[in-house]
Design a protein around this ligand. Structure first.
Ligand code: ZN
Ligand code: ZN
Length: 647
């Protein structure tokens, strides 16, 4: 008998040679129907593999990442089977699972695969899946493996076999298809119920540009048709919400080849949005005891030599800027921290001056390869909502809690309800990799964990993920489509205070070194705006909307009343525009809808005679005619709603 320890810690005894599927059946038949694979002592294996020793054991279903990956990798075999059936003579490279779905690299000789062939392959896959063919594992000698693929004429598999050790090679077969694979796989093809080929791309064999270019076929499969439908809907929705597309349509930002790649140009409406965000955070920061500072966009090489950034990033960053003076070199600012260290050093500091919190919306420049650039999320110039807190070691916990408060305040105000955090600590086995005193690390790490706990933040702790100069806390948010984004970060730093020889006089009259905390709730304004656009689909909360309203006169007869009305709204800090065009009202309404204007105020004869407005609200439709004051109150209540919610 062997002992099998389940994830809940319970231990069951089974005869030696029991399989994962046997164990599943002994628990419940319903469970067994959903088992895709098993995890034995941390290793994912076929559910049909015999277990011969005491083991930690877990059943894997569609709900486990490893289960999904096994499902998708097995689907790659199914797709290969379908392709081979339809296009005999196709040669196969590798077919791994990826984050969503899987691909297979294939060589079809002269035939080029296009999306017109997809339907045929999908249908064949479904047909083969319905046969519920088992994935059968066969250990095979190297000689036999070579013989099989020599006969088949697949030089790719032969090259893969060449790199394998005799005795470690396995074949897997399902239906009429046999593949070289170490596994694991799902029990049979019947689990695969919904199939979709996504696209094809060129891919060099083994990623080597000097070798043959193969066709990479991307696809995704699901155990239920409904799940595939939902996934495709999500993809459509993501496309519709793409911030690059909406940014253009809503006239928020643009790029110009002449200005340079990855250097966003903020258009008037985008600037309005950005300035609202800045203003909101600036106000919150002043309340939280931050002091705003401004520092230049370039700095002398010396600053970055001192900070260590020159040694670390000098090669990858932009080239130096030279002045006519000999040996004078400047760099574009890649980060604000060194400048802030110099502000700290402007005068002697005492323990009573700490914490010192310096905040700057600091624009920084970092070289990114052109292929890496992506809308506002990967750019070469961006503005961090940066701040550096210089504090005593005993203040780290309190400061951390305050920063968490601020970050959560920002998330709530902007409608990100679903957030979590990752605590990155040092690797306890490798303490020498990190700088700073042991006791300071222990104190800071404990402080981060405790403050996250006190603030009720859902966290995961990762050992060995800290920077060499300090532990950190990274915030992730889930957007409306369930996608995860990394946003703000809080990071403890023992290195820069040391490099810049920062000091304060303690109550003991001795010199001490402060701790530095870097933090940025948004991360960068560019990235944050991108996420905000995709999360809201461009339907910003009223207080952030670049244009909150559009006044739409039915004809030019009501221009005067429209102007008068608009002035009154402006006096109440409401912003927008009057649509003066000589267009039909229906057209004006449609255009305002496309621009996602929150309120449309339609004015005609009745409205102007009675001093009223007819209000249409985005997403709600016609609210009817009301006095101007009533509309102003309605709009202001909505603006205050966000702020009131966070108290
Ligand atoms: Zn496989
Ligand atoms: Zn910093």
């Amino acid at each position: 008998m062997i002992k099998i320890t389940l994830p809940d810690g319970s231990v069951r005894e089974y005869a030696q040679g029991v399989t994962g599927m046997d164990i599943a059946l002994s628990i419940s038949e319903g469970l067994a129907r959903n088992v895709l694979a098993a995890k034995v002592n941390g290793k994912v294996v076929d559910a049909s593999l015999p277990i011969n020793e005491d083991s930690d054991f877990q059943l894997l279903t569609w709900n486990d990442t490893d289960g999904k990956q096994t499902f998708w990798h097995s689907s790659a075999h199914l797709m290969a089977e379908a392709i081979e059936a339809l296009y005999p003579g196709t040669k196969f490279g590798i077919g791994p699972a990826i984050e969503t779905g899987f691909y297979y690299d294939i060589d079809m000789g002269d035939k080029t695969l296009s999306s017109e062939d997809f339907k045929k392959i999908e249908d064949k896959m479904v047909e083969l899946a319905r046969q519920k063919n088992e994935y059968q594992r066969t250990p095979i000698s190297k000689a036999e493996a070579i013989e099989y693929f020599t006969e088949k004429g697949d030089e790719y598999k032969l090259e893969l076999i060449d790199g394998l050790e005799d005795g470690s090679i396995t074949f897997y077969s399902q239906g009429n298809f046999t593949d070289l694979c170490r596994g694991p796989h799902i029990p049979n093809t019947g689990f695969i119920k919904a199939v979709k080929l996504m696209n094809v791309a060129g891919a060099y064999w083994r990623g080597d540009v000097s070798r043959k270019q193969m066709t990479r076929v991307y696809a995704v499969t699901f155990p239920k048709q409904k799940e595939l439908d939902e996934y495709l809907h999500l993809l459509e929705e993501a496309k519709r919400r793409d911030h690059r597309k909406l940014g253009k349509e809503l006239e928020l930002f643009a790029f110009s080849e002449k200005v340079g790649m990855g250097l966003p140009l903020w258009l008037p409406k985008g600037t309005m949005l950005r300035e609202r965000l800045e203003g909101f955070l600036r106000k919150a920061q002043v309340r939280a005891g931050y002091s705003p500072v401004v520092t230049p966009h370039i700095a002398s090489k010396e600053l970055y030599v001192t900070s260590g950034h020159y040694a670390k990033y000098g090669q990858d960053s932009f080239q130096p800027i030279r002045t006519p003076d000999e040996d004078e070199e400047f760099f574009l600012k890649p980060m604000n921290c060194p400048h802030h260290c110099e502000i700290y050093k402007v005068k002697p500091r005492s323990y009573r001056d700490l914490p010192l919190r310096l905040a700057e919306f600091g624009t920084v420049y970092r070289y990114e390869q052109s292929g890496e650039l992506h809308g506002l999320t990967r750019v070469r110039g961006f503005t961090q909502d940066d701040a550096h807190i210089f504090c005593r070691p005993d203040q780290v916990e309190e400061e951390f809690m305050k920063v968490i408060d601020l970050v959560l305040y920002v998330f709530k105000a902007l409608g990100f309800e679903n957030y979590s955090a990752q605590v990155s600590l040092r690797d306890p086995e490798n303490k020498e990799k990190y700088i700073g005193r042991d006791e300071d690390w222990e104190r800071a790490e404990a402080a981060i964990i405790r403050s996250a706990e006190i603030k009720g933040l859902p966290t995961v702790v990762e050992l060995g993920e800290a920077a060499f100069y300090g532990p950190k806390l990274d915030f992730m948010v889930k957007d409306a489509l369930g996608r995860k984004w990394q946003l703000g970060t809080i990071q403890v730093d023992y290195q820069l205070p040391q490099r810049f020889e920062l000091e304060y006089t303690g109550s003991d009259n001795q010199k001490h070194r402060p701790v530095m905390i870097h933090r940025a709730p948004f991360g960068s304004l560019e990235r944050f705006v991108a996420i905000l656009i995709e999360n809201t689909a461009g339907n910003f909360p009223l207080w952030l909307s670049p244009d909150q309203l559009a006044v739409l006169p039915i004809s030019e007869k009501y221009e005067d009343y429209a102007n008068e009305l608009f002035l009154r709204l402006q006096e109440q800090d409401l912003r927008g525009y009057i649509d003066h065009r000589d267009e039909k009202i229906g057209r004006k309404i449609r255009d305002a809808e496309v621009s996602k204007i929150p309120f449309m105020l339609i004015v005609g004869e009745k409205e102007s005679a009675e001093g009223k407005v007819s209000v249409r609200k985005k997403g709600e439709g016609d609210l009817g005619m009301m006095p101007i004051e009533e509309f102003i109150q309605l709009a202001q209540e909505e603006i205050n709603k966000n702020i009131a919610r966070i108290g």
